[in-house]
Design a protein around this ligand. Structure first.
Ligand code: PLP
Length: 408
C-alpha cells in the first residue's frame, strides 16, 4: 500500500496514459485475489467502501430492480445494522419484511427460511457468521433452499471471509458483502460479489456518477485500499486453515481458564458452530462496561463497537432470548492471526484480578484515578491522593504534576 501511495497515483479509469493503466492493472490483480478467496470470478467483484455500502447496494439494489416481481424480503433479527437498516427503510417504502428470530445461539435455520418464502419473496439476506457472538449460520443449506425456491440470496459474510472457508458457488450465494479490515486489510474498503450467471443478478446502482464498476458503483476507486485488500485476501487464503488451527485452541483456553478461575462465567453463542476467533462471555452480575473500564489496556467490546461506540445491551443477545441483565454483563473478545499465548495469559490474569476486585468490593465502589482497577478499594483505603491526569503523545496517562505515567 505504501508503495502504491508513493508511486502509483494514477487514476485506474484513465486508460490513455501509463499511470492510469498501471493503477488499473493493480486494481484488476486485487479483484482476482478477492474473487479467489470466495470462489468467484473477477468480473463478479465490485469494489466499495466496505460492507455497509456492499449490503446497502445488494439489498436496495435488488429491491429496486426486482420490485416488480414481488415485495417480500426475509432477513434475521440478529443481522448487523448494515442489513437491518436498509431492510427497515424498504419496509417504510412498502416492502414486507419477515424478521426471523434466531435461536438461543444466534442461529437461523434453513427450515425457518423455507417456511417464510412466499410467491412474493425476492430476496433472502442471512449473515454467514454473527459479529456479536460468532455463531455460524447454515449458509450452504439456506443457499440451496433459496435456489430451489427461485429467490435471490444475499449473504453478509463480513465476519466469515478470511476466517472460515466461504465459496459462493458451493454455498449457492447470489450476492455477498465483505470488508477488508475484518481480515487484516485496510479500513474503508470492501467489495460486493454479484453473481454473473445462473442466474445473472441485476442491481440498481445506489451511487450515480462516472459509471465505474460497470455502473454499479460510481466514484474514483481507492487504489491503495483495494491493493491492500487484495493482498490481505491472498494471505488469508494461504493461511486460512493454519490460522484457525492456531487461534481456536487459544480462544478455548481463554474461556476454560476464566471459567475455572471465576464463578458465573457463561459463553454466549453456539458452543461448536462459531468463528475461530470470537468469544462472547457473560460475567454474571458484573456490568461489562464497568469491567472493561477497569482493564482499559484490553481492547474488547461491549455493545457494538462497529456501530457507533455505544454500549447499550446488545440487541443480538436480546434477540437470542437473553435477559437485559445478561446482555449488559456480556463482553466480546476477538482474537487475531497475531494473538499470542502471552497475550492470552496477560488478559486472563488482568480480567480475573479485575473481576475479583469488582465482585469483592461491590461493583459500584468508587475508584481513585491512580488505581483504576479498584485493587485498592477506592480513594479512602488507597492512601494515594487524587491527581489530575492528562494524555501524553503516546496515549499514556500522565500525572500532570508528578510526571508519572500509566498505560491507557
Ligand atoms: N456486517 C457485519 C457482520 C459486520 O461485522 C460489520 C462491521 O463490523 C459490517 C457489516 C459493516 O462493516 P463496515 O463498517 O466495514 O462497513
Amino acid at each position: 500500500m505504501t508503495r502504491v501511495l508513493q508511486h502509483n497515483y494514477g487514476n485506474p479509469s484513465s486508460h490513455l496514459h501509463s499511470f492510469g493503466r498501471d493503477a488499473s492493472d493493480l486494481v484488476e490483480e486485487a479483484r482476482q485475489r478477492v474473487a479467489l478467496l470466495i470462489g468467484a470470478s473477477a468480473t463478479e467483484i465490485i469494489f466499495t467502501s466496505g460492507a455497509t455500502e456492499s449490503c446497502n447496494l445488494a439489498i436496495k439494489g435488488v429491491a429496486e430492480k426486482y420490485g416488480h416481481r414481488g415485495n417480500h424480503i426475509i432477513t434475521c433479527l440478529a443481522e448487523h445494522e448494515a442489513v437491518l437498516e436498509p431492510c427497515c427503510l424498504l419496509e417504510s417504502r412498502g416492502f414486507d419484511v419477515t424478521w426471523l428470530l434466531p435461536d438461543q445461539y444466534g442461529q437461523v435455520s434453513a427450515r425457518q427460511v423455507d417456511e417464510a418464502i412466499t410467491a412474493r419473496t425476492i430476496l433472502v439476506s442471512v449473515m454467514a457468521a454473527n459479529n456479536v457472538v460468532g455463531t455460524i449460520n447454515p449458509i450452504g443449506e439456506i443457499g440451496r433452499i433459496a435456489k430451489r425456491r427461485g429467490v435471490l440470496f444475499h449473504c453478509d459474510a463480513t465476519q466469515a471471509v478470511g476466517k472460515i472457508p466461504v465459496d459462493v458457488e458451493a454455498m449457492g450465494i447470489d450476492l455477498l458483502s465483505l470488508s477488508a479490515h475484518k481480515f487484516h486489510g485496510p479500513k474503508g474498503v470492501g467489495a460486493v460479489y454479484v453473481r454473473g450467471r445462473s442466474p445473472k443478478v441485476r442491481l440498481s446502482a445506489q451511487i450515480d456518477g462516472g459509471g465505474q464498476e460497470h455502473g454499479l458503483r460510481s466514484g474514483t476507486l481507492n487504489v491503495p485500499g483495494i491493493v491492500g485488500m487484495g493482498l490481505a485476501c491472498e494471505i488469508a487464503r494461504d493461511h486460512l486453515d493454519e490460522d484457525a488451527d492456531r487461534i481456536t485452541p487459544l480462544r478455548d483456553r481463554f474461556l476454560e481458564t476464566l471459567s475455572k478461575k471465576l464463578p458465573r462465567i457463561t459463553l454466549n453463542g453456539h458452543p461448536q458452530e462459531r468463528l475461530p476467533n470470537t468469544l462472547n462471555i457473560a460475567f454474571g452480575e458484573l456490568e461489562a462496561t464497568e469491567l472493561m473500564q477497569s482493564v482499559p489496556e484490553i481492547a474488547a467490546s461491549v455493545g457494538s463497537a462497529c456501530t457507533s461506540g455505544t454500549d447499550y445491551p446488545h440487541y443480538v443477545l436480546r434477540a437470542m432470548g437473553l435477559s437485559e441483565d445478561h446482555a449488559t454483563n456480556s463482553v466480546r473478545f476477538s482474537l487475531s492471526r497475531f494473538t499470542t499465548d502471552e497475550e492470552i495469559d496477560y488478559c486472563i490474569e488482568r480480567i480475573v484480578d479485575a473481576v475479583k476486585a469488582l465482585r469483592g468490593h461491590g461493583s459500584k465502589l468508587p475508584t481513585c484515578q491512580t488505581c483504576p482497577t479498584a485493587c485498592c478499594g477506592g480513594p479512602e483505603q488507597c492512601g494515594t491522593v487524587e491527581v489530575e491526569l492528562e494524555a501524553d503523545q503516546n496515549g499514556s496517562l500522565r500525572d500532570a504534576a508528578a510526571g508519572s505515567s500509566k498505560r491507557r
